[in-house]
Design a protein around this ligand. Sequence first.
Ligand code: NAP
Length: 245
Amino acid sequence: MKRVLLLGGTGDALQIARQVGPRHIYSLAGLGRVPEGLACEVRVGGFGGSDGLARFIESEGIALVIDATHPYAAQMSANAAAACREAKVPCWALRRAGWTPQAGDDWRMVDGWDQLVDAIRPFRRVLFTSGREPLAHLDEIPVHQYWIVRCLDAHPGNGRAHIIDARGPFDIDGERALFALNHIDVLVTKNSGGAATQPKLEVARELKVPVVMMRRPSLPEVDREFDSPAQLLRALNEEDWSAVK
Ligand code: NAP
């Protein structure tokens, strides 16, 4: 009986988790909400690095690891590839294509927080849709700036920052309203790809608002790569990995 370990924390991973049966394991870091009603086993929390993950793979009889973590979860992806090498099991990855700039876009690519701070310096009303990182810098907001931070965290704001705790998908009308109400003059985002959070880029284009885009981290080589949950599920069925249900 072949057992699959699915590393998740994304909508795409959840789509796969909904399709696999009870002997497989869906693993989450434990930062977001834990989905209910899945047929598979759900495990929450880290493994203790790549060595811990390799031990888990061996002790649980895992025959395949699927890395369906977010493209910016580079540590977990590196751990998964290394642990699979150590435990001698294949590693597959779901690597969703990133967005690409369209005519009319003004993207400014950055690597890391320091470059980001420099890139947003000329602007006053900043919309962050790049995760929790800005929450650690709320007491460093320059006096000429106001930050709107949309992330999966009900964190308090302050006199110069408003935190919006919201989970996608986001539609174009909602995004237009968000930009207009907050007089956004720069957007900060990761290049997550996919449709669920893409409308903000359309609104930035319409309004000629520059986009500070955090560059994707480099990810390890794996045995097979897929660009959609459907493609990956087809491969699972074809190879009788999961016998999915
Ligand atoms: P990360 O920096 O790559 O990973 C940090 C540590 O968290 C890992 O070393 C691992 O701990 C644990 N971990 C991460 N994903 C896990 C999983 N699926 N199951 C069990 N443990 C996991 O990850 P991150 O960027 O903090 O992201 C954390 C989670 O949020 C990921 O699962 C990712 O898919 C999801 N997410 C991330 C982003 C983002 O922008 N980074 C966006 C949306 C969702 P141990 O070393 O102890 O095993």
